[in-house]
Design a binder for this molecule. Structure first.
Ligand code: SAH
Length: 208
């Protein structure tokens, strides 16, 4: 089932071999509720409790590939993830970069993701229970920022916390009309590319 999923990802335009290798290795069934483990290697999003979902594998792959940059780009050192959720996207990033800083606004999700990644042996992930709309200032700047919930508009703190040459991958839009954007920080301006149509849960202010 895992190799079938990898083939599907390749056919949908995921060409970064490192991303494919890591996603083939990480056991996604560890990140979903037991009732859904038989669905874990299908290319679909699944419930993780608290009205949230683990993203579809294709979207995780697409966001990770965009965060890593074009082939030949230096490996990002510090990456911020907004929306820890199950910790699956966190784990994929943690296998590919030096350090991941991940923030989540729902406390029980932060706690279970922290325990899960600790159990799986991750040592380069820093968890925050915070509203990621403000970014995470203490550890900025970031070489990449990956936002896994849809913003109405881009929260200004996020591009501001990018390092020069850094990349922000963020779904933007209301309801089902969302676009996944890649925003890159250059010396004097930001560039923006639309990567895909997407459907994410909303990015919400405050913590619960
Ligand atoms: N990356 C996750 C996807 C989880 S769904 C995974 O792989 O499982 C998106 C998550 O974003 C939810 O857990 C939601 O609570 C969280 N979220 C929404 N708004 C947020 C905000 N302002 N700050 C931090 N997390 C937020």
């Amino acid at each position: 089932m895992r190799s079938k999923l990898l083939n599907e990802l390749r056919l949908s335009g995921i060409h970064n071999e490192k991303v494919l290798e890591v996603m083939g290795r990480i056991a996604r069934h560890e990140f979903v509720e037991e009732a859904f483990s038989s669905e874990a290697y299908k290319n679909r999003s699944l419930p993780i409790g608290h009205a949230q979902t683990i993203s579809q594998p294709f979207i995780v792959a697409l966001m990770t590939q965009a965060a890593l940059g074009a082939p030949g780009t230096a490996k990002p050192r510090r990456v911020l993830e907004v929306g820890t959720g199950s910790g699956y996207q966190t784990a994929v990033l943690a296998d590919l970069v030096e350090a991941v800083f991940t923030v989540e606004r729902i406390r029980p999700l932060t706690e279970s993701a922290r325990q899960r990644l600790q159990r799986l042996g991750y040592r380069n992930v820093h968890f925050g229970y915070a509203d990621g709309m403000q970014g995470w200032m203490p550890y900025a700047p970031y070489d990449a920022i990956v936002v896994t919930a849809a913003a109405q508009t881009v929260p200004p703190s996020l591009p501001e916390q990018l390092a020069l040459g850094g990349r922000l991958v963020i779904p933007v839009g209301a309801g089902k009309a969302q676009k996944l954007l890649l925003i890159e920080r250059h010396a004097t301006y930001y560039s923006e590319t639309v990567l895909s149509d997407v459907t994410f849960v909303p990015l919400l202010a405050g913590r619960i």
